[in-house]
Design a binder for this molecule. Structure first.
Ligand code: NAP
Length: 336
């Protein structure tokens, strides 16, 4: 039985505790902390876990074999570094950390440790539809990919959402997905601003990202965070001999009063709940984490930074990554 400590008992922390204890087998949650100790106590009470005074105490606890970090993004570096130093596997919700420099510190700590301990919560890689898309692409049956068109639409966003969150919270999922889907790095980004929506309320919305890939592909990503009608994730890849696209996810259609309709998911929880289940199940089952790595978290942070810069300047921004350590070479195993 793997004993997991959870740092952060907010929205996703609560949901991951439920998932770890009720959906996945072979895992028990033994420790919880949150700056709001009442929130930690409420979550802990659902599992019989101990409440700790802070996240570092969770990482250090003797009855914690592995850590799940679900606190606010700017606290992630501290807890992930502590887990790596303690030699404990750590699943960290995105972002890995809030700057490329902080992500690199985690990469360096993990490389010094000599084997992978860190996984970042980019859950699209675990979604059935995205995996099916990648299977068709990798089969080679429709030839080499040339372009991808993506749309990421939210019905609305919370009051604390800032203009750059269209990139750092929203487009970052496509940024990670694209690197994984095509197995190549993003080399430049440009963020364009179409006609602003009157639903936007102070946010630059919608925006259109144009990502340039090292393999010469172009990927466009429409981000629209006040789309009102629901949560809608779209993607179509143009290849040399055909296309492959995410299909509508609905299991039903309704015929009523002269109309044929299908429901649209309300939000990301509804659309990706099965992907979160698979993500944490595979993480708990893996001897060495093999999902999105600290390097992937670093690369997403660098591309996000460049896109935020482009959102402000409306200029094309080139992207340069540090040298990738051998630990993250997909063809090599651990260093030890
Ligand atoms: P949330 O509901 O605000 O939860 C964050 C919790 O962490 C809050 O209870 C917060 O307390 C607590 N916290 C803040 N600083 C802490 C610290 N130093 N130690 C321990 N706990 C601390 O936010 P959320 O929506 O769950 O998001 C949490 C993280 O998950 C974010 O990084 C977010 O980007 C990520 N996330 C990922 C996905 C995904 O699709 N993969 C979806 C949602 C969220 P206070 O509220 O008192 O500050």
């Amino acid at each position: 039985m793997m004993r997991v400590g959870v740092v952060g008992a907010g929205m996703i922390g609560r949901d991951h505790v439920r998932r770890l204890t009720s959906v996945i087998s072979g895992v028990t949650v033994t420790a919880v902390a949150d700056v709001d100790t009442g929130a930690a106590a409420r979550v802990a009470a659902t599992t019989g876990a101990a409440v700790h005074p802070d996240g570092l105490a969770v990482v250090a606890a003797e009855d914690v074999d592995a850590v799940v970090v679900c606190s606010w993004g700017d606290t992630h570096e501290t807890y992930v570094l502590a887990a790596v130093t303690a030699g404990k596997p750590v699943f960290c919700e995105k972002p890995l950390a809030t700057s490329p420099e902080a992500c690199l510190r985690i990469v360096e700590a993990e490389v010094a440790h000599g084997r992978r301990l860190v996984q970042v919560g980019y859950m699209r890689r675990y979604d059935t539809a995205y995996r099916a898309l990648k299977n068709v692409l990798d089969s080679g049956t429709i030839g080499a990919p040339l372009m991808m068109h993506c749309a990421h639409r939210n019905a609305g966003v919370p009051a604390f959402y800032q203009p750059e969150n269209t990139i750092t919270d929203t487009a970052v999922h496509e940024i990670d997905m694209v690197r994984w889907m095509f197995g190549t790095e993003i080399t430049a980004v440009r963020v364009l601003r179409p006609r602003p929506s009157r639903n936007a309320g102070g946010i630059t919305d919608p925006v259109l990202l144009v990502l340039e890939l090292a393999n010469e592909m172009l990927v466009d990503v429409e981000i629209s965070v006040n789309a009102r009608y629901g949560y809608d994730i779209r993607g179509e890849i143009l290849c040399e001999n055909g296309t492959v696209a995410l299909a509508d996810q609905n299991p039903i259609t309704v015929r009523r009063e002269g109309h044929l309709t299908s429901p649209v998911p309300a939000d990301w929880r509804e659309r990706f709940s099965a992907a979160y289940d698979v993500e944490l199940r595979e993480w708990a089952a893996a001897a060495v984490p093999d999902g999105p790595s600290a390097w992937d978290g670093y690369a997403a942070a660098v591309v996000s930074d460049a896109a935020v810069q482009s959102l402000r300047s409306e200029e094309r921004v080139e992207i340069t990554l540090a040298n990738r350590p051998e630990l993250y070479d997909p063809t090599s195993g651990d260093l030890d």
